[in-house]
Ligand binder design. Structure first.
Ligand code: AGP
Length: 612
């Protein structure tokens, strides 16, 4: 996934483009580039391999390029290794057309072959260069102007794109088009902006437009016009972004990840308050009426990564409380299965970004099969949010660190509320139990905050284990779901091999990996499973493991087995994931810091995987 920006207006574009890219680096950061032009002077392109700061140094923070129109790109390589040659912007053979692109052109090879037959040549290995030359091909062949050249190219390509294009013959104009990749467009004070995500332009305008799939936009200073793929102009209303610009900054924290870990009490509180009104769960905005809920026989939860782990935890809670069978699937697997689905089902997709390609594909498959779909999403107006039948927004605010924390916690809250509301509607719990659960849920922010008091102790432990080679997480039931998320957090930001294993599975293979000193994190918060977990921890300990026990206050037997114990406050068992995950996030964060890694932008990763 990459980040793109564009600016056309009264000011010099270079510095504005770099500032915007700096807010998008979390989307990809192996190379970057900008293209700027001064009225009808030639378009100047400067690119650099590595982090954005390399490009900033090369362009004196953008000031080295003169001009008031420009586009920029920060790359997460899909086709072609990270290099200056493969970095964007890319230009057509005679530089009539210059573009930046986020996405993948799946049939780029056949397009390259076609254009080669028309005497086009290629300097890079990228799919984007094929797209740019294809636009140039139509632009010259039909000389029908940028909108028609772009729309013809859109018809020809297969794949996904958010693309911003400069045409040599059209100074002071930027053209944009999108399919299945995010892009927003803003205008203010005689200037127009485009970007992959809100933080990039939030300092300049809150007045934005969402360009829809297969639409084209023409940006001129302070104006934007939208067209459908047939070239007909379409009217759009702008919306005002309510985000606080500070929310997308570090505010004194060393990294976004630790800031967002500490924002979890607020994210949990805001998400609860957005859905619980006068002590009642209110899904009205999502359109989930009691009548709809009453008819649901089965639930599918399909997502990726941490959002998938939320689904794993939700399955235990929804089945236990609401008595509805829940199928949790990885989106990348689900979309290639031929899974017979019960039409009287609710198909839930969970996604922080609302742009994850596999999750979006799963959502579309479910809609094709006529299922009612619900999206639990953090980014307002994202593709998944706009395509699902029902949407519930998490109120985590902008999450910048690649490793999700506060959005994960906010997603958990939504799944708890679904379990509770569905249980009430289906008569599985009475009003008294309903109220008791909601009352306890309101204490979670305070209980999360209390866990931060243990930070120094966890930080000390993390430093001791920052050079471990393998770290295992084990749990049963809900704790197994938590172990998955704890393991992923660790892997993502510390590059230490880790895996989560259902504790009951250890003896079926994984236990062969346990050696002297291997760190095993045992999670035991579910009362009925504690004894079993203690014996699993004994099993690995007797084979040399060093055991961290993560449990609730009061379960002091853990210290008879664990070498190091971390306690979390007691709460309703269904809510323990919200508390147990905090020490595991802190463990992963401090191990990464001990290893001197770039916590917010781990190697090979991107914040939202908008490619397959
Ligand atoms: C989580 O820390 C990872 N960044 C990743 O697994 C992420 O959860 C996954 O890519 C899904 O992203 P989404 O929630 O935006 O769909």
């Amino acid at each position: 996934m990459c980040g793109i920006v564009g600016y056309v207006g009264p000011q010099q574009a270079g510095r504005i483009l770099l500032d915007g890219l700096s807010k998008l680096e979390y989307r990809g950061y192996d190379s970057a580039g900008i293209a700027v032009r001064d009225n009808d002077r030639p378009i100047e392109i400067v690119k650099a391999k590595g982090r954005l700061k390399v490009l900033a140094e090369k362009t004196n923070n953008g000031d080295a390029l003169r001009g008031t129109t420009g586009i920029g790109h920060t790359r997460w390589a899909t086709h072609g290794e990270p290099s200056v040659t493969n970095a964007h912007p890319h230009h057509s053979n005679d530089s009539s057309v210059v573009a930046v692109h986020n996405g993948i052109i799946e049939n780029y090879q056949e397009i390259r072959d076609k254009l080669t037959r028309h005497n086009y040549t290629f300097y890079s290995e990228t799919d984007t260069e094929a797209f740019v030359n294809l636009i140039d091909y139509y632009y010259k062949k039909y000389s029908m102007g940028p909108i028609d050249a772009i729309s013809k190219a859109m018809v020809r390509v297969r794949g996904s794109y958010a693309i911003a294009v400069l045409f040599k013959d059209y100074p002071n104009e930027i053209y944009a088009a999108r399919k299945d990749n995010p892009m927003i467009i803003g205008v203010k004070d005689g200037a127009s902006y485009l970007a992959s995500d809100v933080p990039a332009i939030l300092n300049y305008t809150r007045n934005i437009y969402y360009i829809d799939n297969l639409e084209i936009a023409r940006l001129t200073p302070g104006e934007v016009h939208f067209f459908n793929i047939d070239g007909d102009e379409v009217e759009k209303e702008s919306v005002e972004i309510k985000w606080d610009a500070k929310a997308a900054e570090k505010n004194g924290y060393e990294h976004f990840m630790i800031k967002e870990i500490h924002e979890q009490p607020q994210a949990v509180r805001d998400t609860i308050n957005s859905l619980v009104k006068d002590d009642k769960i209110d899904f009205t905005e999502a359109g989930l009426t009691d009548e709809i809920i009453g008819k649901i026989n089965r639930i599918y939860i399909v997502s990726c990564g941490s959002s998938y782990h939320v689904g794993v935890a939700a399955r235990y809670n929804i089945e236990k409380l609401a008595g509805i069978p829940v199928h949790v699937e990885l989106a990348s697997e689900f979309r290639y299965r031929s899974m017979p689905m019960d039409p009287e089902s609710l198909f839930i997709v969970i996604s922080q970004s609302g742009e994850t390609a596999d999750t979006l594909a799963a959502l579309r498959l479910a809609k094709e099969q006529g299922l009612s779909t619900l999206a639990i999403v953090n980014v307002v107006g994202s593709t998944i949010a706009r395509e699902a039948d029902h949407v519930i927004y998490t109120m985590a605010g902008p999450e910048i660190a690649v490793a999700t924390t506060k959005a994960y916690s906010a997603q958990l809250i939504v799944t708890y509320l679904i379990a509770i509301q569905f249980a009430l509607v289906r008569g599985r719990i009475d009003e008294e139990r309903y109220t008791a659960l909601l009352t306890e849920m309101q204490t979670l922010p305070k209980k999360i905050t209390r866990i931060f008091e243990d930070t120094e102790r966890i930080q000390w432990f993390a430093a001791k284990h920052s050079n471990d080679k393998d770290i295992f997480f084990i749990g049963r039931g809900l704790d197994y779901g938590i172990s998955m998320e704890g393991s992923l957090k660790l892997k993502e930001v510390s590059y230490i091999h880790s895996e989560a294993t259902a504790a009951g599975e250890l003896k079926h293979g994984t236990i062969s990996l346990i050696e002297n000193g291997t760190l095993v994190v045992g999670i035991l918060t579910q009362n009925e499973l504690i004894e079993k977990m203690l014996s699993n921890m004994e099993e690995v300990k007797s084979r040399g493991a060093y055991v961290l026990g993560l449990t609730t206050y009061g379960n002091y037997k853990t210290e008879d087995v664990a070498d190091f114990t971390v306690y979390i406050p007691r709460t309703e068992e269904m809510f323990t994931p919200s508390l147990a995950i905090i020490p595991l996030q802190l463990l992963a964060y401090y191990i990464s810091v001990s290893r001197g890694l770039d916590v917010d932008k781990p190697r090979n990763l991107a914040k939202s995987v908008t490619v397959e």
